[in-house]
Design a protein around this ligand. Structure first.
Ligand code: NAP
Length: 351
């Protein structure tokens, strides 16, 4: 198939591009800056696969994706499917307007382009967290009037509704990963989002502790609930569902690409503590935040954007994902301790 990808420069996009190439698909990568794909083209894919890639510079925030009329005409009837993965993943409310521009208006422009070039299938990569502040998920559209944790969630939910509104013109599917982490075998992860933002802050903390011996005997506690599970999914698993969706998703399908057996936060912290060699790392329940020293409170401040994710268990059904994977003869995620350890250890050791 000839498949166009937006967001191919990103953490997930690169993995999906690699997996689609392996399956023999021809790819058109719509990127803002072709130079950013240099390493992918040089190190990640083989020469033979390069012939199956066409890079198109364009902007999802512009009508017609900033492409010339001539370019659009040359693509008419030539694209079988589009994966729309480009998005702004900011939890900073200062970015609210831009988040709307990229995540909602950008999606609209890509949908209009899809219709214009008579593409047959539109696969929209959303997020499991369009669930907002609720705790019982569904593989169905969520009301956009619910409460959301941030404008990222709200704009992704609005974009989902927009996508479904095009379902009379093009076959659409919504694919909702939970928190994406590194490769299940190597731990490789090129992102600073979610867990990796927290690991980055812990690395800074570690350097500080090494410089100041007086800190070495003090506890450093993260505000989170031990009993809460983190719905983390390895990037290779998310990609395997996305690739299967190309063939097996039907119009209006909505798939939660979530972990059916997510690990408790305590288990993740224990692994991070061991592999980062931070013996004083611990957890304090949000109700006991008052026990923290001022410097611990300061350390937790930038992590407060995640507090809504660290403080509640959410149930995400994923039967439709399991169904699509069964059709493709691929397994549903079974994240055991060894896999989790590989992911954390692999990432930390590489850094
Ligand atoms: N990472 C997660 O934990 C997670 C979880 C659930 C869902 N998702 C969804 O998965 C998708 C991919 O996420 P990711 O983790 O791969 O994010 P990422 O690494 O930040 O990649 C985002 C991609 O979007 C592109 N992009 C951003 N703004 C753009 C704009 N104005 N115009 C064109 N392209 C733009 C970026 O292009 P440049 O390289 O040019 O900046 C980049 O290729 C997103 O839709 C996200 O909502 C991610």
């Amino acid at each position: 198939m000839r498949v166009l990808l937006t967001g191919a420069n990103g953490f997930l996009g690169k993995r999906v591009a690699k997996d689609l190439l392996k399956e023999g698909h021809e790819l058109l990568l719509l990127v803002r800056n072709a130079k950013k794909l240099d390493r992918f083209m040089k190190d990640i894919i083989c020469d033979q696969q390069k012939a199956n890639i066409q890079i198109i510079e364009g902007y999802i925030t512009s009508g017609n994706l900033g492409l010339t009329e001539e370019k659009i005409q040359s693509l008419e009837g030539k694209i079988d499917a589009i994966y729309h993965m480009a998005a702004l993943l900011s939890f900073d409310e200062k970015d609210e307007a831009l988040t709307y521009e990229v995540n909602v208006m950008g999606t609209k422009h890509v949908l209009n382009f899809a219709v214009r070039v008579q593409c047959e299938k539109f696969l929209y990569v959303s997020t499991a967290y369009t669930i907002g502040k609720e705790t019982e998920g569904a593989e169905a559209l969520y009301s956009p009037n619910r409460e959301f944790v941030n404008s990222y969630e709200r704009t992704k939910c609005e974009a989902e509704h927009l996508v479904v509104s095009y379902s009379n013109q093009i076959s659409v599917a919504i694919l909702r990963p939970a928190i994406i982490i590194g490769d299940s075998v190597t731990g490789q992860a090129e992102t600073s989002f979610g867990l990796y933002g927290i690991l980055k802050s812990l690395n800074v903390l570690k350097r500080k502790i090494n410089r100041k011996p007086e800190l070495q005997t003090l506890p450093f506690r993260l505000i989170m609930d031990c009993e809460v599970a983190s719905n983390i999914v390895p990037v290779d698993y998310v990609s395997s569902v996305l690739v299967a969706a190309l063939q097996y998703c039907e119009n209006r399908d909505i798939l939660n690409i979530t972990n059916p057996n997510p690990p408790k936060q305590d288990a993740v912290v224990q692994l991070v503590k061991g592999y980062m060699e931070l013996p004083n790392l611990g957890i304090v329940h949000p109700d006991c935040e008052h026990q923290l020293r001022d410097d611990e409170r300061e350390f937790n401040k930038p992590l407060s954007v995640f507090s809504n994710y660290l403080g509640r268990n959410i149930y995400f059904p994923c039967e439709k994902t399991a169904y699509v994977l069964r059709q493709a003869n691929k397994p549903v995620l079974d994240m055991n301790e060894e896999m989790l350890e590989n992911i954390i250890k692999g990432f930390i050791e590489k850094k």
